[in-house]
Structures are given as C-alpha cells and as structure tokens.
Design a protein around this ligand. Sequence first.
Ligand SMILES: [Zn+2]
Length: 72
Amino acid sequence: MSDNERIERDFNLRSEEDKKAFLEQTWCDHCQEVNLGMVEPEEYELNETIFIEGKCAKCGTVILTELTDEEF
Ligand SMILES: [Zn+2]
C-alpha cells in the first residue's frame, strides 16, 4: 500500500456537460459564495478518491471537489 500517491487523471476526457457542471457549480471558502466558477481544473485520484481541483474564478483560492464512487 502506498498512501498519498497522486494519480493524474484527464479532466478533459469528461463530457462537456460534466465539465460545465464542475466548472460552474462551485463553493468558494474564501468568498463564501456559490457558483463563482472555477478555472485551471485538474483531476487526480488520491487514496482511492477522485478529486477535481481548480481555482476560484474570482479570488484564485484553490477549490477542491471530492467525488464519491457513485459519481465516477
Ligand atoms: Zn473565491
């Protein structure tokens, strides 16, 4: 078992609909606002969980979305 091994995934392989949803439906901890949008998305797998990481389109704070198995 190797913990904390980040496996890169290709966010661009997702459907246009998925990408749009991920990029638009956001929550920013810094702005305390929903749906400000996210830029520079990166997708990866860590400890058997999929993450989509991007930056708030307004303030640039990193936004991390954790996907559960059902959403793969
Ligand atoms: Zn923000």
